[in-house]
Design a binder for this molecule. Structure first.
Ligand code: 8YV
Length: 331
């Protein structure tokens, strides 16, 4: 009998088709949002699960689904998955790194530029019919070129943003990260490692790319925002929860910082009402990796992982981007 697999959200048909070549597949083509009990109900008897960054995989779910052997996510971030609990239960977990790095960095840069140059504010103004004359300071914002870019979290996406800033826009690049890059990489990127305080104080444009974990919860809150320049912008493409959205809304209202660009939110798809009320923020619905080729590559990488993790296909037993490969050794 072929293993059974559940695809928790709608995804490219060709990706699901590849799963059907190896498994008996139940897919959520209607893209319903299943509550946790429904997800658990549908997982009964399934060996594999395809998820996005939005399904919660916790110890309760794992305990209720004893046949589950592999979970593949089409996201790079995996804060929605209790990885130690999966490892303890012998469930192989994979994510989808690398394939989204450049696309996500493009978007982070675009969001930072839109924020600094007040593009959303300008468009709302124009669309509402209020543009009646040119003025010397109409939506005058901050420059990107020659400014100081601060990167908080210098993983793959952070490095790709730093590269764009240094090489494309002549920016001075500062970064803060738990571990420092090698001197080689620092000099290629033209990036200088600084303390978090210095990063907050010196950045003209701060971009948040640090993964979410209990340690990074509200890493940017009222005390951190108070250290930033009043002319600075903040862009968050990491995860809601890294930034304290209530504190940010207050800082934007008080003009403690000039503007923010946000692609991710605490409790999304809900957005803090204070953020919807202030004009100096660009808001997008978690789309940083959303180019068609990249979303397709993410889905297919997740499929590669699930096929291999369940012992099928040419890479059987060797899922390319497993997060807990030690589970395979125990099988
Ligand atoms: C995804 C993301 O859009 O990969 C991530 O971690 O946040 C986004 O690229 C989303 O989570 C897809 O599942």
């Amino acid at each position: 009998m072929r293993p059974k697999v559940l695809v928790a959200r709608a995804v490219f048909a060709d990706a699901v088709e590849r799963l059907r070549e190896h498994f008996e597949v139940e897919s959520n083509d209607a893209d319903e949002i299943w509550h946790q009990a429904e997800l658990i109900r549908r997982l009964q008897g399934k060996a594999g699960l395809f998820i996005t960054g939005t399904q919660l995989i916790d110890a309760d779910l794992l305990a209720s689904c004893p046949l589950l052997r592999a979970i593949c996510s089409m996201a790079v971030g995996y804060n929605n998955v209790d990885l130690p609990a999966c490892t303890a239960r012998g469930v192989l977990v994979s994510n989808a790194p690398d394939v989204l790095t450049e696309t996500t960095a493009d978007f982070g840069f675009a969001l930072m530029m839109a924020t600094a140059r007040r593009i959303s504010e300008g468009e709302r103004f124009l669309r509402s019919g209020r543009w009646v004359k040119w003025s010397y300071d109409l939506f005058a914002g901050a420059d990107i070129h020659g400014a100081t870019l601060g990167v908080f979290g210098m993983g793959r996406i952070g490095q790709a943003i730093a590269r764009r800033g240094a090489l494309g826009f002549g920016m001075r690049v500062l970064y803060h990260n738990r571990s420092r890059l090698s001197p080689d990489i620092e000099s290629t990127l033209g990036a200088t490692h600084v303390t978090k305080q210095q990063l907050l104080r010196d950045s003209d444009h701060l971009v948040i790319v640090v993964p979410y974990s209990p340690a990074s919860h509200h890493a940017i809150g009222a005390p951190e925002l108070a250290l930033m320049k009043p002319t600075a912008t903040l862009t968050n493409i990491a995860r809601g929860g890294v930034v304290d959205d209530a504190a940010l809304a207050q800082a934007l209202r008080d003009k403690r910082i000039a503007a923010a660009g946000l692609d991710v939110f605490e409790g999304e798809p809900a957005v803090h009402p204070g953020l919807l009320e202030v004009p100096n923020v660009v808001l997008t619905p978690h789309i940083a990796s959303a180019s068609i080729p990249t979303r397709r590559a993410m889905a297919h990488l997740a499929v590669d992982n699930l096929i291999a993790a369940l012992g099928a296909g040419p890479s059987a037993g060797r899922p390319p981007t497993a997060l807990n490969p030690e589970v395979l050794a125990q099988r």
